[in-house]
Design a protein around this ligand. Structure first.
Ligand code: FAD
Length: 520
């Protein structure tokens, strides 16, 4: 709620409306519902947000975390204008923590001292889920400007993987980046993306396609494959992709990428992450009534999957340039152990996170002629585009399963934090998380309605085939049926809502007498 408020406030132009919004959002809210669930990632996230916002207020030293009380006291004591300023300041503060610069020029200046220490950068021009074509065009232009600015500021040309790069979200570059729209999204996106990637190639910068929601994966892979075949990009080793180990498809996806690298006769840089959309993947699965979740439900499963994927990436040195993105000390150490003498890969961390871990590893992860090296993923942008990114960082920092969160908690047992996830998973029964019911079983006492995963091509094609068959096979007539007997009634035509010229059947309405008969 805090983040929703912050987002809304950023978009409301005048102070009076902002104050009314604050009153509406904060006064008389049912905060009680959230109490007693302080393990919930969101409450933890907002705790973290408040703690960071200059220690205006901290979680109580003892006793329960009481957001309602805090907000009520704040509104009463300070009034809406002060809260308005405070929320804006908190978001700015968080922004400064996680964003390298408001413009690419500022970010390039900020990155210089770290570059001198040996870090590399991948710049992410903030923005995602474009809603209109003009949004998408604006994001594209920002990326093109960024490529030009980076090229100017780092004219030296060591090897490609030592150069800076850019990271792009395909949802920022097309307003309807979804599978149902693939017949238009792919041809519309490809020319502009090819141009951007071609410019990155000319500047000797890498381009990584960020991983987003699982329901976009198939389309993302279509784009990625098609991009590698475009004439200006053929044989280019700089076109990379992020893979999320929390997805059940992660390992087969790596096999597919290895095969693609061979087919396209190039190296593919693969950034391995665990995945930043876990909460929304679970929620979406429940909303849609899917047969099961696309992601693992136990944290250790994701960790174990990460290790399996890491081994698979390291096992294909002629096809894959592995990029291990993590802030988890166990995961990083495991990768170090797997890699041994092989240093043809890199680590990645986010700007504003994992500094201590990477400092500690020092030489091992700092580039040298033989060393692996570390790249910092650096978001660039202003407050308006920050929020979605910020929410993911707050969830990551706030979730009590997360390594960085546990590290900050003096009471979390170290032995548990560094336990081998494979052994823990082997010992876990059942393998799926018993606290996260399948989507069909989330309601006590009744089954959830089952839905269709329209972004799953197998499922969608079965549905479309069934629709075609039904439409083509017979004339449908719907009549009132009482005691198993259809009653003849005057009928009206029913038209296909997607094509009003097409008649798909007829209905005869029940009369009052029919209703009475049915009830009687
Ligand atoms: P850990 O604390 O070990 O792992 C936390 C992760 O475990 C969660 O994020 C989630 O993925 C998983 N998890 C938590 N609870 C459960 C559960 N109950 N069941 C199953 N799994 C669970 N993310 C993207 O999605 N796309 C990207 O393109 C992307 N790019 C990134 C680039 C860089 C350089 C970095 C460092 C991160 C990037 N991320 C991206 C974010 C990344 O997914 C998170 O930072 C990462 O998940 C945190 O993992 P960890 O090993 O640092 O921490």
């Amino acid at each position: 709620m805090l983040m929703c408020l912050a987002e809304a406030l950023l978009r409301v132009p005048d102070a009076e409306t902002q104050d009314r919004l604050i009153r509406d959002k904060l006064a008389g809210r049912d905060w009680e519902r959230h109490l007693g669930h302080s393990s919930s990632a969101f409450v933890n996230a907002s705790t973290y947000a408040l703690m960071l916002s200059g220690h205006v207020i901290g979680p109580q030293d003892t006793g329960r975390w009481d957001p309602e009380g805090i907000w009520r006291r704040l509104v009463v004591r300070l009034g809406e204008p002060v809260i308005r300023q405070a929320v804006a300041a908190a978001v700015r503060l968080l922004g400064r923590h996680f964003v390298l610069g408001r413009t690419i020029e500022e970010a390039l200046r900020e990155s210089r001292p770290l570059e001198r220490e040996g870090y590399r950068f991948s710049y992410d021009m903030l923005g995602e889920a474009a809603v209109t074509r003009s949004d998408a065009k604006r994001y594209l232009e920002r990326y093109r400007d960024a490529v030009r600015a980076i090229m100017k500021s780092s004219p030296r040309a060591p090897s490609l993987f030592e150069r800076p790069g850019i990271s792009v979200k395909l949802t920022a570059l097309h307003p309807r980046f979804e599978d149902a729209k693939r017949h238009t999204a792919l041809p519309e996106l490809l020319p502009s993306l090819t141009r951007l990637a071609g410019e990155a190639r000319a500047a000797n910068l890498t381009l990584t396609v960020d991983a987003e929601e699982s329901e976009r994966l198939d389309l993302m892979l279509d784009v990625f494959e098609a991009l590698g075949e475009e004439e200006p990009l053929q044989g280019w080793d700089g076109l990379g992709i992020a893979v999320q180990s929390y997805q059940k498809r992660a390992l087969p996806l790596i096999a597919w990428l290895v095969d693609l690298a061979h087919r396209q006769n190039r190296m593919i840089p693969v950034r391995l992450v665990k995945g930043a959309y876990w909460d929304s993947e679970i929620k979406r699965g429940q909303e849609q009534g899917l047969a099961d979740y696309p992601v693992f439900t136990r944290k250790v499963s994701t960790d174990a999957s990460y290790l399996a994927c890491a081994r698979a990436l390291l096992a294909s040195p002629h096809a894959i340039y592995p990029q291990f993105a993590t802030h988890n000390a166990h995961t990083l150490s495991a990768v170090e152990a797997f890699a041994g003498k092989n240093r043809r890969f890199e680590y990645q961390r986010l700007h504003g996170m994992g500094e201590a871990l990477y400092e500690l590893y020092g030489e091992a992860v700092r580039p040298s002629r033989v060393g692996a090296g570390t790249r910092i993923y650096a978001p660039v942008g202003s407050h308006e585009d920050l929020l979605a990114y910020l929410v993911r960082r707050l969830l990551e920092n706030g979730a009590n399963t997360s390594f960085v969160n546990r590290l900050a908690n003096d009471e979390a047992p170290v032995d548990e934090m560094i336990a081998d996830p494979v052994a823990r998973l082997a010992a876990a029964e059942p393998k799926r998380n018993p606290r996260i019911a399948k989507p069909e079983a989330i309601f006590p006492g009744r089954r959830n309605s089952s839905g269709l995963a329209l972004n799953d091509r197998n499922e969608a094609s079965r549905l479309i085939a069934a629709m075609r068959w039904t439409l083509g096979s017979q004339e449908h007539v719907a009549l009132p049926i009482i005691d198993g007997e259809a009653r003849e009634r005057p009928v009206t035509s029913v038209l296909d809502p997607s094509d009003r010229r097409r008649k798909i059947g007829e209905t005869g309405e029940a009369t009052d007498d029919d209703v009475a008969d049915a009830l009687g």
